[in-house]
Design a protein around this ligand. Structure first.
Ligand SMILES: Nc1ncnc2c1ncn2[C@@H]1O[C@H](COP(=O)(O)OP(=O)(O)OP(=O)(O)O)[C@@H](O)[C@H]1O
Length: 252
């Protein structure tokens, strides 16, 4: 039943000129599920994410969140639906002119300075959840390491308590140990906050750790989906070639 799913993509297509990037994508993500999308560079993972966020309008198909089709919503309805989404951007995208506590509470204050004492408290609580102490509250992002910046970005993504979080290459640019800290945090957040997570990654170690299920996008379609423990035993030649990083195979 469609009601059991948090997000459903049904025959979603998007072309840019003659470039048919999404060509009938079908995907269902369950409530509380962590789904990881893999695929080659340029295969349309970001475009898919942007269609769900309502930033790109698909040429056809339906995108249902909690059973409601985003592609037929007014701007106002879309705004309300977007309030369910949190996003961890590639490269963290923190505001360097603002102290950490204001970065973390940005979505709650819309960038305005208000209710300072309460916002600092909320920032401290969310930073604690990602393993950072309140000593960082008044620092600027540039004073933190890349791994710490990622954690701040995570704290910012969860501060409004979104129902769905999108992670765009969450471990890119981190060493394997720092990457694993972020993986652990994502697993913890999905479990403890009960969020539905959709992650794009090229990092197979990360996919194996954070995903309940993995889906592969190839030539505009989802060509395989399965539980993470089948990733290296999928029986699918596209997935095999991709996860083993082989130059030879059906993927050109
Ligand atoms: N706004 C746009 N206008 C025209 N073409 C676009 C636009 N956005 C994306 N594309 C094209 O869509 C294709 C898919 O791009 P996309 O960024 O989704 O790939 P990706 O799978 O996320 O790649 P990567 O793993 O490298 O981030 C590319 O050919 C890209 O040039």
């Amino acid at each position: 039943m469609a009601e059991d799913f948090k997000i459903v993509l049904e025959d979603v297509a998007k072309a840019f000129g003659s470039n048919r990037v999404l060509d009938g994508v079908n995907l269902e993500i369950e409530r509380g599920e962590s789904m990881v999308i893999i695929g080659q560079s340029g295969s349309g993972k970001s475009v898919m994410l942007k269609t769900i966020l309502g930033l790109i309008k698909p040429d056809r198909g339906a995108i249902r969140v909690d059973g409601r089709d985003l592609t037929h919503m007014s701007n106002r309805e879309l705004e309300a639906a977007r309030a369910k989404f949190g996003m961890l951007f590639q490269g963290s995208a923190l505001f360097d002119s603002l102290p950490i506590w204001r970065n973390v509470t940005f979505a709650l204050t819309q960038g305005r300075a208000r209710d300072t004492a309460n916002m600092r408290k909320i920032a401290a609580e969310n930073l604690e959840r990602v393993g950072l102490g309140s000593s960082v509250l008044d620092l600027r992002p540039s004073e933190l390491s890349g791994g710490m910046q990622k954690r701040v970005a995570l704290a910012r993504a969860i501060a409004p308590r979104p129902e769905i979080i999108f992670f765009d290459e969450p471990t890119t640019g981190l060493d394997p140990i720092r990457a694993d800290v972020i993986n652990d945090l994502i697993v913890e957040l999905v479990e403890e906050l009960g969020v539905t997570a959709l992650t794009i990654t090229h990092d197979m170690a990360s996919a194996r750790k954070i995903a309940h299920r993995v889906a592969m996008l190839y030539q505009g379609k989802i060509v395989w989906r399965g539980p993470r423990d089948r990733l290296y035993d999928s029986g699918n030649p596209y997935v095999d070639q991709f996860v083993q990083g082989r130059a030879e195979g059906p993927i050109r």
